[in-house]
Design a protein around this ligand. Structure first.
Ligand code: ZN
Length: 167
C-alpha cells in the first residue's frame, strides 16, 4: 500500500534506503538500532509531535528530534509550534523529551554540521543550498556538495529524483 504523502515528501521506501545506507557506512552496528513504526503521516503538527513522543516513549526512547515544522503542512502551523507544545506539559508528564532542532547547515569555520544553537559564525561561512535548488540538482543527476550529505545517501536521492523526472 502506498502511504499518503504531501507533494514533495520522499516516500518511506526511499527514506528507509537512505537510513540504511547511512547506518551501514557511518555508524557502529553495535550501538545503533532502527525500528519502523508503520503509521502514515497525519500532518497534525504539534499534536502529532506529542503522539510521536508517546510512541517513542513506549519503545523506551528517551528523546525525540523535533525540527522545524515537524509534521506540518504548508503554513498551517508556525515554524516551531510543534516544539513549543512540549512547554505546556509538567516535568514527568511526557518521559520522551524533545530535542528542539532549528535548521541545520554545514559551517566551514566549525568544519561540520551546525545549528544556530551551536554556531555563531557569520552566515557567509555556511554551505547553504535551498531545498528547491538541491532537488533540481538531484533531477539533473548532479550530486550536491558533499558537505550537504553523505555520498551514499545523496546517490540514492539522485536516483529517486531522476526516476521522478522520467515519469
Ligand atoms: Zn560555525
Amino acid at each position: 500500500m502506498q502511504a499518503k504523502l504531501k507533494k514533495g515528501d520522499i516516500p518511506a521506501e526511499v527514506r528507509f534506503e537512505c537510513y540504511k545506507a547511512h547506518m551501514e557506512n557511518y555508524f557502529n552496528p553495535k550501538t545503533i538500532e532502527m525500528r519502523v513504526y508503520p503509521m502514515e503521516m497525519r500532518y497534525a503538527g504539534p499534536k502529532e509531535a506529542i503522539l510521536h513522543a508517546i510512541f517513542r516513549q513506549n519503545f523506551g526512547c528517551s528523546h525525540l528530534l523535533v525540527g522545524r515544522d515537524h509534521a506540518g503542512v504548508g503554513s498551517y502551523y508556525t515554524a516551531y509550534q510543534a516544539q513549543e507544545i512540549f512547554n505546556e506539559f509538567k516535568p514527568g508528564e511526557i518521559l520522551c523529551q524533545p530535542i528542539k532542532v532549528t535548521s541545520s547547515y554545514y559551517c566551514k569555520r566549525c568544519d561540520g554540521m551546525a545549528t544556530d544553537k551551536t554556531c555563531a559564525h557569520d552566515p557567509s561561512e555556511r554551505v547553504n543550498i535551498s531545498g528547491t535548488k538541491v532537488r533540481e540538482m538531484f533531477g539533473r543527476g548532479e550530486l550536491p556538495p558533499l558537505e550537504f550529505g553523505r555520498k551514499e545517501v545523496l546517490e540514492i536521492l539522485t536516483r529517486y529524483y531522476q526516476s521522478l523526472d522520467s515519469k
